[in-house]
Design a protein around this ligand. Structure first.
Ligand code: HEC
Length: 173
């Protein structure tokens, strides 16, 4: 027994030394965590430029898009409390920035029916393949989990809108 504690520095420290050691580790972790909070990125909801005409959609479709997509694909992001806490804040702000870059309901090409149609086809595809909304999001946001039936309703409406916009563009040219 004597010999063992001689070999192991933690056992050698004894109970008091150990408590002291753990307190310092804990204090260091608290300080580190506090310092990490200085690295929180900015959480912005820039002004809405060109709003997606979501009011043209049936209320069910509009509600589903808002619940499942708007947090990452609009300037109307609801930032939950944990989005302000590093290290989660880094990933969440990255997802929102990447999401907005790919598709932004607050910067919608209302003046360009071909582009709008393409975006709606992309959305329909992502929803159909089950790629969107992202899994890590639906894990936390139960309200964003889409049933098969809801996916179908979204796809049907998006496909019909895309076709309508394309035909509008065709008659204009
Ligand atoms: C948690 C955030 C998040 C949510 C919620 C979310 N997306 Fe995305 N979306 C992203 C990110 C990040 C990207 C870009 C990177 C990628 O493709 O994974 C993206 C990309 C896309 C793209 C472009 C894909 C491509 O490869 O061109 C479409 C279309 C899209 N999302 C549609 C949707 C739709 C529709 C919903 C709701 C049903 C939705 N997203 C919900 C984060 C999200």
């Amino acid at each position: 027994m004597e010999e063992k504690s001689g070999q192991n520095p933690i056992l050698k420290m004894g109970r008091d030394g150990m408590n002291f050691f753990l307190k310092w580790i804990f204090a260091a972790l608290v300080v580190l965590f506090a310092l990490l909070q200085l690295t929180n990125p900015a959480f912005t909801n820039p002004p809405i430029k060109n709003d997606f005409p979501v009011t043209n959609a049936p209320p069910r479709v509009a509600a589903l898009l808002r619940a499942a997509c708007y947090d990452c694909h609009s300037n109307e992001t609801r930032w939950p409390w944990y989005s302000h806490i590093a290290p989660f804040s880094w990933q969440i702000s990255k997802d929102v920035n990447d999401g907005r870059e790919n598709l932004n309901f607050s910067d919608w090409p209302n003046d360009n029916p071909i582009r709008a149609a393409k975006k709606m086809e992309d959305m329909s595809e992502e929803i159909g393949y089950g790629e969107m909304p992202l899994k890590k999001y639906t894990l936390i946001h139960a309200g964003a989990r889409l049933t098969k039936n809801e996916r179908q309703a979204l796809e049907d409406w998006l496909d019909a809108q895309a076709a309508r916009l394309k035909s509008i563009a065709a008659t204009k040219n």
